[in-house]
Design a protein around this ligand. Structure first.
Ligand SMILES: [Zn+2]
Length: 410
């Protein structure tokens, strides 16, 4: 086994990190929990708490002016808010305290959110607008809650962060995202899967433990609908793929490229609307995370850790950010969407945050106070920040990236 050359931290790691190992179980209230382990591990899971799922409270209402759905999730008002470390529900359980994770240790764990914004397996009827009256539509169409929300914990270390995990662990996170994308898209109430992380109290996180979320929306989200419409329009007018052309244009220009590896390019788009806004495109035209090969996952893992670390060096405090994957919805026309990650921050200076005020919140028109070329230049100047050398990297190889199951202990 060889480790990545220390003078070339952006190069791809040795291929062949084995796929994460998966263990499924159920929490006491029936929610599903899935462990993704860096190395094979036998887990026996038993949640001894006496808890039940909150009932009701989830509804979707249709805005006939913007033609968008709004989720009403009143039960979320009472969810845990910034608990102290010894009350964290995402830390491992101890003999004295049972948390959401009934294990004394974990690598990566995914479980259904106890306070979901979307929950239910009733698909929205495709002919909803044509089978309702004008009076019903103007009054705000209502649908029972649908979809699924999951929490994904990146480490059991409460005070760590995603940018500090090992290369092996980052790969396990990528495997978990891909695995959950495939599983959630197969559910009847899910149309689109969004894997994302809110990082920093400035963003509004309610739990400091390093974690992200995975939303299974019951409809195509407004942003994705616009992307799909734009891609279809571009293809019709120019007989070309808009994502491929954007990537080629950015590479040709070069001023906003932050990092480029064998399989991925990270850049700030010319039209960036946030003070810091990174887009990471795979070089191969894939539509969803499960399509990524082992080599692409390994390569992304190294690149992403590098970029997260650079982001934290931009200012004198950790970068608050929102990072999420754009991927094709279930019913999207094949070949239109290009999988990509978008990471953006509201921090625009050491002690200044970008607030979405009148123009942005009221009209959807962004005003970016910083030229994208300048932010890209600063991120390039920081230089590659290698992940810690990863002794857990295994020499064994697996033919596919599908996580392997161990025992299932309900
Ligand atoms: Zn914690």
């Amino acid at each position: 086994m060889t480790t990545p050359a220390s003078d070339s931290p952006r190069s791809a790691p040795e291929p062949g990190l084995p796929a994460a190992q998966r263990t499924r179980a159920q929490l006491a209230d029936g929610r599903e929990i899935i462990f993704f382990d860096d190395e094979p591990r036998r887990r026996t899971v038993q949640d001894r708490r006496e808890i039940s799922r909150p009932v009701g409270g989830n509804e979707m209402r249709y805005d006939p002016l913007l033609r968008e759905w709004v989720a009403i999730a009143a039960a979320r008002q009472n969810r845990t808010h910034l608990p102290s470390t010894d009350q964290c529900p995402l830390c491992p359980s101890t003999p004295e305290r049972a948390t959401e994770v009934p294990q004394g240790q974990y690598d990566v764990v995914v479980f259904e959110n106890r306070f979901p914004s979307f929950r239910g397996d009733v698909p929205i009827p495709g002919d909803l607008l044509s089978t309702t009256t004008a009076a019903q539509e103007s009054a705000g169409l209502r649908q029972p809650g649908s979809g699924r929300c999951e929490v994904v914990c990146f480490t059991d270390q409460h005070t760590s962060q995603l940018g500090a995990v090992s290369l092996r662990r980052m790969r396990t996170v990528v495997d978990a995202w891909a695995d959950r994308t495939a599983a959630m898209l197969a559910e009847p109430g899910v149309e689109q899967v969004y894997c994302f992380e809110n990082r920093g109290e400035e963003i509004g996180v309610t739990l400091n433990h390093p974690h992200g979320q995975i939303y299974g929306y019951p409809f195509i989200t407004p942003r994705t609908r616009t992307l799909l419409d734009s891609a279809a329009d571009y293809r019709a007018r120019r007989d070309a793929d808009v994502f491929s052309d954007i990537l080629a244009s950015e590479v040709a220009d070069g001023r906003r490229i932050v990092a480029r590896t064998e399989h991925w390019t990270a850049f700030i788009p010319a039209w960036a609307r946030w003070p810091v806004e990174l887009h990471i495109y795979p070089h191969r035209a894939v539509e969803r995370l499960p399509e990524l090969t082992d080599a692409e996952r390994d390569d992304f893992s190294a690149l992403y850790l590098d970029l997260l670390r650079r982001g934290d060096l931009l200012f004198d405090a950790p970068l608050p950010y929102i990072s999420g994957w754009q991927q094709a919805p279930a019913s999207a026309e094949p070949g239109l969407m290009r999988l990509h990650l978008q990471l953006f921050s509201i921090r625009r200076a050491e002690n200044k945050l970008k607030y979405l005020a009148g123009s942005e919140s009221g009209m959807g028109v962004f005003i970016n106070d910083i030229a994208p070329e300048e932010t890209a230049r600063r991120l390039v100047a920081i230089g590659p920040q290698a992940a810690e050398s990863d002794t857990a990297q295994s020499t064994s190889t697996t033919p596919t990236a599908t996580p392997t199951d161990s025992e299932e202990t309900p």
